[in-house]
Ligand binder design. Sequence first.
Ligand code: ADP
Length: 322
Amino acid sequence: MKKIAVMTSGGDAPGMNAGIRAVTRTALSMGIEVMGIYRGYQGMIEADFIPLDHFKVSNIIHRGGTFLKTARSQDFRTVEGRATAAANLKKEGVEGLVVIGGDGSFRGAAALHSEHGIKVVGCPGTIDNDLFGTDYTIGYDTAVNTAVHAIDQIRDTADSHNRLFFVEVMGRDAGFIALRTGLASGAESVLVPETTTYIDELIVHLQKGLKMQKSSAIIIVAEGDDEGGAIDVARKVNEKFTGWETKVTVLGHIQRGGSPTAFDRILASRMGHQAVKSLLAGATDIMIGQRNNEMVEVPFGQAVKHHETLNPHLLELVEILA
Ligand code: ADP
């Protein structure tokens, strides 16, 4: 292999820039040329490329977002779109591709390989931590830290006014951000899509806190909870419980942005480095994961089909320590 390409695709996540830097500099150190693809698969179809050298990836390790931009591409979902994309890569002499993205991006990469023979390796870049085969995805730690920081500030005002706060965090299908945020911020309870939420049980829990003369309470709600988002849950609780004045905060997109934490920068650096090594060793259709602090190769088939499960002991721990 003489030349590879790197791109970011799907939802953006802090740490993607550190991943691009690691891919580029690892490849260059091995005498391999690197091409950046702007705007994910859409840029691949439109041949929106940039040759990357050592200095093109200078001063980006600490930046949120992705300097190569990211996109969702309907065209790439078609056979014709993928044929155009592959022809563009081949014209540039690209033989291998590193995709930093989520499960959709890996499905697209797998199609590119099976239809056109371009070798593909993925790095899990998503704040949701919902890919199977890795303990952490790039961006998750930063998103949790951003949410915890916001909730520390909410707690100050909640406590001053004796209020009950419902705080909605991201997670349409997965409660990882909610769980870790809840543990780190000392929340009273965490509501996640993976378990059934019982409003009556939540009210009993809140009443217990009120009896103990707690001055405030914070409930973390993942946006995809089965009882709805924070606004819905607050309304349902308020129909039966008015012990505290109730407020709702939806954290929204602030969780996606910001400078990546040291953890995410290191994770992305290790994964990007390993992705290039695996690609050059002949691997394809694999995601690089981190298991027990080691880099591992996970077949795309496994990474996208299964979900890691939430640790039920940690959910319990939130309530024990509340
Ligand atoms: P993420 O990678 O964050 O999960 P998406 O699910 O939006 O984000 O996927 C990113 C892009 O990958 C899509 O816009 C599309 O171009 C491509 N893609 C997703 N699924 C497929 C598929 N089954 N076949 C081909 N391309 C796909």
